[in-house]
Ligand binder design. Structure first.
Ligand code: ADP
Length: 383
């Protein structure tokens, strides 16, 4: 006798079995039913296609045979974690019969009620997805670097101005030395020493400005390191000292004490701060506000650190009601703007598990804020 189940389908157990068998075979992801030791009890056609085996060959094999040996520890760990129940999801590399490999995402699902078939493994080939993500990461890094180069190009005029002064000093000290040496006999050794010191100090000053600039264009930093956010803020402000002077902007730092360290790519966070500071300087340069003040603050908010760059310029453009649109690529109100700075900054901060947003200052001007997670759950490192 046939009964109807809730879905209206045939309800006899053999009909259901046949139905589930068809579903099992039709699923496009690889399915492995394995016992507690990992012995394969059943597979679907997708698993055979993906791994290059026949159903007959796979049945009875240990499932570890289709996992690259380098990923066995991860597999064991995942199995241990779920024990006889629960679900795991692990990124692995799977082996085909011919020895070739593919990136695989494995979802293991324990079926404790089934006695001899304790779990089901669903394997998806994610090679293409991983490649696309990797390409996207590379493009983002290249875009970030391009934007750094563009910003550096714009900073070059201010830097040239700044380097000009120590170079003029070097020339003057050197001329004084030459004249003193030419007037043999009357030459004071103390004067020569003092002028020589002047040459060394001025050259060091010029060198420092240039080194900072070339650091910023550098392709990559040393990667993520444990860093002090206050130090990165100070370095960034220093980096833009020439432009601040040119635009007659005074920068006030309100840096909190005893902040936790942040695990960041210093060059990238510096790039974010440089973008925000330059935007603030430029906004005020075209605005009648005196004094031109930018405040950079750091604060601990729970387990995170919040950095705020606040100015007293014209405020956010009125056309941007929704803050988000400011962070879209190629959105700019500047005649020669690229509209990339905020978009790239937001990407960098997101990649660091933080958030970047803008607010209007109550007494005029704009404020840009970003958060970064503190290291060790936000415990203080004394920075
Ligand atoms: P760009 O600087 O090339 O325009 P950004 O992405 O850095 O690109 O900035 C996008 C736009 O956001 C700017 O053109 C400007 O309209 C606005 N903006 C950014 N920072 C500020 C600020 N501090 N005050 C006012 N408007 C700002």
């Amino acid at each position: 006798m046939r009964s109807r189940d809730a879905s209206g389908g045939a309800g006899t157990s053999s009909a259901r079995q046949q139905h589930y068998g068809q579903v099992f075979d039709a699923i496009p992801d690889s399915l492995f039913v394995v016992d507690i030791r990992g012995k394969v009890l059943d597979v679907n056609p997708a698993a055979c296609r993906a791994h290059g085996y026949s159903r007959h060959e796979l049945t009875g094999l240990n499932v570890r045979r289709v996992i690259h040996p380098g990923y066995h520890p991860r597999f064991e760990e995942s199995c241990r974690k779920i024990g006889g129940q629960g679900v795991f999801c692990a990124q692995m590399v799977d082996l085909r019969k011919d020895g070739s490999t593919f990136d695989a995402e494995m979802i293991g699902r324990a079926i404790p009620a089934r006695g001899k078939t304790p779990w089901l493994a669903i394997v998806r080939d994610v090679t293409q997805r991983n490649r696309t993500e990797e390409r996207l990461r590379r493009i983002e890094a290249q875009l970030a670097r391009l934007s750094r180069v563009a910003a550096t190009g714009e900073m070059a005029a201010a830097v040239a101005h700044e380097v000009n002064q120590p170079i003029c000093s070097i020339i003057n000290y050197a001329k004084a030395c030459r004249n003193a040496l030419a007037a043999e006999g009357t030459c004071q050794l103390d004067d020569l020493r003092q002028w020589n010191e002047g040459i060394v100090a001025s050259a060091a000053q010029a060198c420092e400005v240039i080194t900072r600039l070339s650091d910023m264009v550098g392709k990559t930093g040393p990667g993520r390191t444990s860093s002090s956010i206050n130090q990165i803020v100070e370095e960034s402000v220093h980096l833009l000292a020439c432009e601040a002077r040119q635009h007659q902007v005074a920068v006030t730092l309100k840096l909190a004490d005893s902040l936790p360290a942040v695990h960041v790519d210093r060059i990238q966070i510096q790039q974010v701060l440089v973008n925000l500071l330059r935007n603030a300087y430029q906004a005020m340069a075209n605005h009648l506000c005196k004094p031109r003040l930018v405040t950079v603050g750091t604060a601990r908010i729970g387990t995170c650190i919040e950095v705020t760059v606040s100015d007293c310029g014209p405020g956010l453009p009125p056309t941007f009601d929704d803050d988000l649109s400011l962070f879209d690529t190629f959105v700019t109100t500047k005649p020669d703007g690229l509209g990339l700075g905020l978009a790239i900054s937001a990407t960098i901060i997101r990649a660091h598990d933080g958030r970047l947003w803008a607010t209007a200052n109550p007494d005029g001007g704009a404020a840009f804020h970003f958060t970064l997670p503190g290291e060790n759950g936000g415990r203080s490192n004394g920075y």
